[in-house]
Design a protein around this ligand. Sequence first.
Ligand code: NG1
Ligand code: ZN
Length: 546
Amino acid sequence: MADPIAEVAAKHPAPEGLVYQYGTAGVTLNLIRSARRSEVDNAADNGRHVLDSVMVRCGLIAALRSRAHKGKWIGIMITASHNPPEDNGVKLVEPLEEWEVLSTTIANKATPEDVSKYYQEIAEKYHIDTDSSARVVVGRDTRASGARLLGCVLDGLKAAGAEVKECGFLTTPQLHYIVRSLNTEGTASAYGTPTEQGYYEKFGAAFKTALKGKKPSGSLTVDCANGVGGPKLTQLIKHLPPKEEGLEIFVVNDNVVKPESLNVECGADYVKTNQRAPPTSKVGAGDRCCSLDGDADRVVYYFKDTNNMFHLLDGDRIATLVASFLGDVVRGAGLADSITIGVVQTAYANGAATEYVEKNLKLKVDCTPTGVKYLHHAAEMLDVGVYFEANGHGTVIFSQDTLDTIAKYEPRSPGQKESLEVLKAVIDIINQAVGDALSDFLLVEVVLAHKNWGPQEWLSTYTDLPNRLLKVTVDDRKIFQTTDAERKLVKPDGIQKQIDEEVKKVRQGRSFARASGTEDAVRVYAEAATRGEADDLARKVAEIVK
Ligand code: NG1
Ligand code: ZN
């Protein structure tokens, strides 16, 4: 009897001698190894892409996973996010950690027979009937390799007999939105209409309600990294209030016709890493700007002041702004005694941001390892969990109990009623499925409009400690093992002591080193009282780990 699984695996063989791994994973997403151009050339022959076999097998895993959940929808997103245009990768929407291991294992099976055997093994282990219904939604970003890789995913899904909803180009958060909406359709917790159009309608309407007649000052220039966020933002704008009543948005770096320009000298990662605006930026002093990344799940803000000085308002700033605003409206509504707000950060959060949250906002701060899944899990423990990575990836989540409390609450004054309405509208504007650059910037704009703040007022809430992030190439990054939410190295022996000694030599010093989960390098972070000391400390620590 023909074996469709072995057949599809044979059609897209795995390149020899390559080991696929997960990158720093998100709570509902995994990036299986980005492929660089050199690897594509070396490892693949005759126009095959180095990720062909991975994509096929992800299709198989997604089908199994959907079946394990009685036909629940699973999402597959083909993207390499903020990475260079020639990279690509895949994120599975809504997997469990256990399934990350299954995906990695199947991706690394050598022969078609091995793939088929493993497919059956998973089915047995999880008591999956491979003839039952499996449903998968697929989206992709604008990378040139996306069309080919999509074909491979579809081949895998077809071989596994899955029902497929192919959505074409989407931002990663749009795919999350569609998956969540499909899985909650017709229930009390229905999230929205499960289409791209439904996404625009939901967030467009929420923005209008949350503004409550307040008009954001000036305009916002959005750098779309020449990625999928560009055309999608253009669509979203059609569902926002007209600029006379709402926000004037200028869309820049939205050239998706030239995929080789993706994330090049623009986008959230460029701005955050280089601490400067894209060279093409032409805005005036005090004008708000923000940059998305290649799949629009990260956003950072910035502006230049009247002295032409660049100021970055990164994920830490978004977290502090939003946490402070939520604190205000929760207090204003009279709910402060029943709802606790907390902020979750990683070690990359600026020390000044952590101090501001603890001392000024008087909120609890948790620190987790890098990767959205860790932040998300920590935030789930809170009534209201505000979590952002410094690089702009994050969102706010509300526990079901908290949502119930808010829904049931009877305000006792017109002031409380007003605050309660704002709180409800703000909840609607936040994409609770995942960090979403488009919904995040709408949220920031709502908060700034309510506070009547421009970027300068936002910036002046606290002063960032100067910091430096360096990438160090090492022979084997796996030897670098950390503890204490990645803030301390336990291996190689003795290294942490050397780092501690350098930290002591500078004022307000803090530094740590950890192996990147997405690149073959060790990242060194350092901050200190002055730019000179921070740079110095970063250089010294880089020397130590080299
Ligand atoms: P790694 O390469 O593990 O540092 C990077 C980012 C993470 C996260 C992932 C996934 C930094 C320092 N690290 O992880 O925050 O966004 O990529 O995209 O920004
Ligand atoms: Zn991204």
